[in-house]
Design a protein around this ligand. Sequence first.
Ligand SMILES: [Fe+2]
Length: 247
Amino acid sequence: MAAFASALLLLPLPPAAAHPQQRQLRSREQRQGCRSRRYSKVVAYYGLTTPPYKLDALEPYISKRTVELHWGKHHQDYVDRLNKQLATSMFYGYTMEELIKEAYNNGNPLPEYNNAAQVWNHHFFWESMQPEGGGSPEGGVLQQIEKDFGSFTNFREEFIRSALSLLGSGWVWLALKRKERKLSVVHTQNAISPLALGDIPIINLDLWEHAYYLDYKAVIISFKLFRKAAFETSQRIRVLRVNLDQR
Ligand SMILES: [Fe+2]
C-alpha cells in the first residue's frame, strides 16, 4: 500500500490551462519577482503507476498487447476519470485508501468509488504478479495458508474455483479477514475491493474481460505469475504478519 504514495502526484496547475489574460498576469508577476496565488497553488491528483516489469515480461501467459491495452488504456482511463472527479469532489486530498473506504459509503457507493477502487485494484494487480513468479510462499504466510486452507494446494484450488465461478466482471482475492482473523479467498463484483470492506488484500486477479480476451477465450489462471516476493517481503505481508503475530 505504501507503494501507492508514488501514484499521488503533486502537480502545479498546467500553464496551458490558463486563460491568456492569466498568462499575462503570471508573466508580469514573475517579472516583478512574485507569483500569483493561482500559480502557487499545488493540487494533488493521481498518476498512472508503471508495472514493475517490462510490458512483455508476463508472456507467454499475458501478452504485451494485452498489457498495453489493459494498463495503457483501461487503467489509464480509470486514473483520468478519477482525477476529473476529484477536481470538484469532497474527496480531494484523501489518500487512496481513505477515499475507497469513505466513497464505498457502507455499500451505497458514491460516484468516485468505482474509479478510485479500479485505480487501486489495477495497481495491486500489477504488483501481484512478476516474471518468474509462482511457487509456494514461505514462512509465516505459508503456515497461515496451511492453517486456514489445509494446504497450499487447497488454497490454489479454491482460488481457481472462485475465479471460475464469478459471473460477469470482478476480481478474485486472497485477503485477510480482520474480524475472523483468517485468510480467505473471495471474489467481488465490478470494482468492489476488500479494502472497502475493512479487510486486507494479499493478492488479486482481474476477471474483467479486458484482462484476458485478447489472449484467451475464457479465464485462464496461471499461478506462475503470482509474485512470490509478495508472499515474503512486501509491506502488505508485513502488515499481515503483524496481525497474525497478535493472535
Ligand atoms: Fe482490468
